[in-house]
Design a protein around this ligand. Structure first.
Ligand code: HEC
Length: 157
């Protein structure tokens, strides 16, 4: 849970009181939704790490494997994830998440960042099988689309 710098003394007292509750009472009512969205993120990470390993020369470039990973990422961007992000499941309101409350205040921008990822993922999928150089060139925009949203809406670890 992140404590906003602007938090009032009363809220802080309430938060402190909540910490004294038994562990079970703290478990988020949105545990399933939070697990689902983090799972989608992990699937992104798994697939982009396959591409990254080839881009960095840690494993030999393989056109079929690169295409598969890129297609997986593009497919994942097409999930309708709306139900995984219920109001009140931010890291100020509940446990087990790094999603910042600002995400729910800026839904249009979040969607725009999601669309930017879909566009970068499609661009990667189009060239991932065309050789290492083309695949590498598409890595920057793809990784950048992940990072732009994390910078704005994910609590750093
Ligand atoms: C539109 C915004 C957005 C985009 C785009 C996005 N993420 Fe995330 N990501 C988040 C948020 C918000 C969280 C925190 C979720 C939570 O803890 O509830 C997160 C969490 C994660 C996590 C941690 C998951 C966990 O188990 O706690 C990983 C890994 C991750 N993202 C990878 C990626 C990768 C890789 C991409 C790009 C292919 C990506 N994300 C694109 C918003 C985004």
């Amino acid at each position: 849970m992140r404590i906003r710098p602007t938090i009032g003394a009363a809220l802080l007292a309430a938060a402190t009181a909540a910490l004294a509750l038994p562990l079970t009472a703290q478990e988020s009512e949105f545990k399933a939704q939070i697990t689902a969205r983090q799972s989608q993120m992990r699937l992104y990470a798994f697939n982009i790490s396959q591409l990254g390993a080839m881009a960095k020369g840690m494993v030999p470039y393989d056109a079929a494997a690169a295409t598969a990973a890129a297609n997986n990422i593009a497919t994942l961007t097409r999930l309708n994830a709306a139900a995984m992000w219920p109001a009140g499941s931010d890291n100020f309101s509940t446990e087990g998440t790094r999603a910042l409350p600002e995400l729910w205040d800026n839904m249009a921008d979040v969607q725009q960042k999601g669309m930017a990822l879909a566009k970068a993922a499609d661009a990667m999928a189009a060239v991932a099988g065309n050789g290492l150089d083309e695949m590498r060139a598409a890595m920057g925009p793809l990784g950048g689309a992940c990072g732009a949203c994390h910078k704005a809406y994910r609590q750093p670890q």
